[in-house]
Design a protein around this ligand. Structure first.
Ligand code: PSU
Ligand code: MN
Length: 302
C-alpha cells in the first residue's frame, strides 16, 4: 500500500514541469476563519504564490485521499464545511481510512507536503505550548513535527494566546531552527514585536533556502521555522491585543474548552472581541508569508 495522494490539475502540471511549489494548510480555512472570509483568504493566498512565480498546493483530506492542491469546487466545499475534522498527525490515518473530510493542521500539512516532495509551506501561525501547559500538558504536535519532517514552514511567529517563551524553549530542545526574517526580534503574529529576541535571523530567501539544503546535507532530520513579521501597515500593536487575549483565555477556561478545541475557540473569540480587526490582520500576514515562502521555494529550485 502506498500513500493515497491526489494532485490537482495545477499541481500535477507544476510537478511535470519541475516548477517551485508551496504547500498551504487547510485548518486555517475550516477552523481559523469564518465563511466567506476564509474562502477569499484561501483564494487570495494561492494567487499571491502564483504572482511570485510559484504554484500553490492547498492540502486537505477527502474521499480517503490526501489532496495536494484543491480544485476550485473542492476549495469552495471545504470552506463551507462546518463539520470538517481537524486533522493532525495522530488523526491522519483514521480520517483517511474512514473517508472523512478533514482539514490539515501544520503538522499534518508538513507530512503531506513531504510525501508529495514539497519543501516549503506557508501558514499564519503554528501551534505551540499553551499557557498553563505545566498543568494541561497542551503542547501542539506542530512542534514535534518540525523536529522530524524536513519542510521549511513560514509563519508569523507564535501568537500570544500561546506561551511564546515556553514554545521557543521546546523548539530549542527539539533542535528546530527558529529564524526571524529581517529583524532580531521574534514576531508575535498580529504584532511585529514579542519582547523576545529570536534565536536566529535571516535577511534573504536565498539564505533560508541554503540553510534548508545544509540541514539535509548534514543528515539532520526535521524542518525550519521561519518567523516572518506581519507587514507594518497591517500590524495590531501588542498592547492593544493583550486585553483581548486575556479575555479569550478566561472565557475558554470558564467554558471548559480543552484539547483540539482550544486553538479554534480562542481564534474565534478574539475575532469577536476585536470586531474583526484580528481577521484582517491575520489575512494580511498569511499573504506576506505566502510571498516569502514562494521566494524561498524558487530559490531552492535554482
Ligand atoms: N494558529 C493560528 N491559526 C490557525 C492555527 C494555529 O494562528 O489556524 C491552526 C493551525 O492549523 C495549527 C493548529 O497547526 O491550529 C494547531 O492546533 P493545536 O494547537 O490543537 O495543535
Ligand atoms: Mn493542543
Amino acid at each position: 500500500m502506498t500513500a493515497p495522494l491526489t494532485f490537482s490539475t495545477e499541481v500535477a502540471a507544476a510537478r511535470a514541469e519541475g516548477r517551485a511549489i508551496v504547500a498551504l494548510e487547510s485548518t486555517i480555512i475550516t477552523h481559523g476563519m469564518p465563511y466567506p472570509q476564509n474562502l477569499e483568504m484561501a483564494q487570495g493566498v494561492e494567487q499571491v504564490i502564483r504572482d511570485a512565480g510559484a504554484v500553490p498546493a492547498t492540502i486537505a483530506v477527502m474521499d480517503g485521499r490526501i489532496h495536494v492542491g484543491l480544485e476550485q469546487d473542492e476549495l469552495l466545499a471545504l470552506s463551507r464545511c462546518p463539520d470538517a475534522l481537524k486533522v493532525s498527525r495522530a488523526d491522519m490515518a483514521v480520517a483517511l481510512s474512514r473517508g472523512a473530510v478533514g482539514a490539515t493542521t501544520v503538522a499534518a500539512t508538513m507530512i503531506a507536503a513531504h510525501l508529495a516532495g514539497i519543501a516549503v509551506f506557508a501558514t499564519g501561525g503554528i501551534g505551540g505550548v499553551h499557557r498553563g501547559a505545566e498543568l494541561s500538558f497542551d503542547v501542539s504536535a506542530d512542534l514535534q513535527e518540525l523536529a522530524q519532517t524536513p519542510v521549511t514552514v513560514v509563519a508569523a511567529g507564535a501568537k500570544a494566546i500561546l506561551d511564546i517563551p515556553k514554545t521557543l524553549e521546546v523548539l530549542e530542545t527539539l533542535g528546530v531552527p527558529v529564524i526571524a526574517y529581517g529583524q532580531d526580534e521574534m514576531p508575535a503574529f498580529w504584532s511585529r514585536e514579542s519582547g523576545l529576541s529570536a534565536p536566529l535571523r535571516a535577511d534573504s530567501p536565498g539564505e533560508i533556502a541554503q540553510a534548508h539544503r545544509m540541514r539535509a546535507a548534514l543528515g539532520l532530520p526535521g524542518g525550519q521555522l521561519v518567523a516572518n513579521p506581519v507587514p507594518k501597515d497591517a500590524e495590531i500593536p501588542r498592547a492593544e491585543m493583550l486585553p483581548h487575549i486575556e479575555r479569550a483565555l478566561r472565557d475558554a477556561e470558564r467554558d471548559g474548552i480543552a484539547a483540539k478545541a482550544v486553538t479554534p475557540f480562542l481564534l474565534k473569540r478574539i475575532f469577536e472581541l476585536t470586531e474583526g480587526a484580528s481577521l484582517a490582520c491575520n489575512i494580511a500576514l498569511v499573504r506576506g508569508n505566502a510571498d516569502l515562502a514562494a521566494r524561498i521555494a524558487k530559490s531552492l529550485h535554482d
